[in-house]
Design a protein around this ligand. Structure first.
Ligand code: G3H
Ligand code: 13P
Ligand code: ZN
Length: 328
């Protein structure tokens, strides 16, 4: 059944678990993620970016979600808009049956320029007003995601840098977070604390703490009733990168967020964990391997099926690690 982000994350907070939010843009990803939720008996957040909506089309996406919810009536499903950039993208998502929207006002509507506090608070508050009237939850974002290593800010799609940012911009200020939540009324807050989008997060294998856990703890202390969201939470499994490269790919050496660090975040108020890159890597790894082993194959089902199996396996692992399993 469909559930709002607020309902789902309230339950997660009461029971001390986190919920992965998986990005999907096609049928195979949707089917594979739902198969994993069913296996793990876990509630799930399916999220679509603006790019995903443009790729599949709102009509197809909306009906895909309807069908997935019908196929697994016992699985609570939150359908969420990832990185909404203005009022209209949020409203059209609501019209298409999304039960939750993200208004990312940390960046201007172009999706690249860091926005000031006043802009962010104003647009987010307006989205909350409309969404809540429709019974839909809202996630906001304060602070710009990007690499603490290089100071390079994200374009929120993992595709390249904008400008050098200061540590201050790359870490959410706990005091400002408290003010932002009270002024906007968001249900969940994405915070910047060392993660970035895409496959290239860390240039070295993480050794010890890579995220600003003190920032998460400080925000959680001030906002115990606001669910914290970690974007850029893919772990970039080394075996998937190696397998892609072993079959003709060219992924540069890179590391993601260790799963153990996400567990630590969950102990300090992180409830929604965004994962897109790992799913992309799992699919590409399986497809490259299948086609390399059988170059004569040309039926897409023959390589999409192993890709789906790989995604399901990956997602089950996330549900188990984040404590989501068994809570459906
Ligand atoms: O935050 C970005 C998500 O990974 C979605 O990426 O805009 O390429 O669909 P996308
Ligand atoms: P990854 O690129 O780490 O999977 O993050 C996805 C994300 O944050 C989507 O909003
Ligand atoms: Zn994101």
């Amino acid at each position: 059944a469909r559930i709002t982000l607020r309902q789902l994350l309230d339950h997660a907070a009461e029971n001390g678990y986190g919920v992965p939010a998986f990005n999907i843009s096609n049928m195979e990803q949707g089917l594979a993620v739902m198969a994993a939720a069913d296996k793990a008996q876990a509630p799930v957040i399916l999220q679509a970016s603006r790019g995903a909506r443009a790729y599949a089309g709102d009509g197809v996406l909306a009906r895909l979600i309807d069908a997935l919810v019908d196929q697994y009536p016992h699985i609570p499903v939150c359908m969420h808009l990832d990185h909404g950039n203005n009022l209209a993208t949020c409203v059209t998502a609501i019209q298409n049956g999304f039960t939750s929207v993200m208004m990312d006002g940390s960046l201007k509507a172009d999706g690249t320029t860091p926005a000031d506090y006043a802009y962010n608070a104003d647009i987010t508050r307006r989205v909350v007003e409309i969404a809540h009237a429709a019974g839909v939850s809202v996630e906001g974002e304060l602070g710009v995601l990007g690499s603490l290593e290089t100071g390079i800010g994200d374009q929120e799609d993992g595709h390249g840098a904008t400008e050098k940012l200061s540590h201050d911009q790359l870490l959410t200020d706990p005091e400002e977070a408290e003010r932002f939540v009270s002024e906007t009324g968001v249900d969940a807050l994405a915070v910047a604390m060392g993660t970035s989008h895409g496959a290239y997060k860390f240039t070295r294998e993480p050794d010890g703490e890579v995220l600003a856990m003190d920032v998460i703890e400080a925000i959680h202390k001030r906002l115990p009733n606001t669910h914290l969201v970690m974007h850029g939470s893919s772990s970039v499994p080394q075996d998937l990168c190696a397998n892609i490269n072993a079959h003709g790919g060219a992924i540069r050496p890179t590391w993601g967020v260790p799963m153990e660090e996400i567990r630590r975040g969950i102990r300090h108020g992180v409830r929604k964990i965004n994962i897109d890159t790992d799913i992309r890597l799992a699919i590409t790894s399986a497809i490259r391997e299948t086609l390399a082993n059988d170059p004569a194959e040309f039926d897409p089902r023959k390589y999409m099926k192993p890709a789906m199996t790989a995604v399901t396996k990956l997602c089950v692992e996330k549900f188990e690690t984040f404590g989501t399993a068994g809570h459906a």
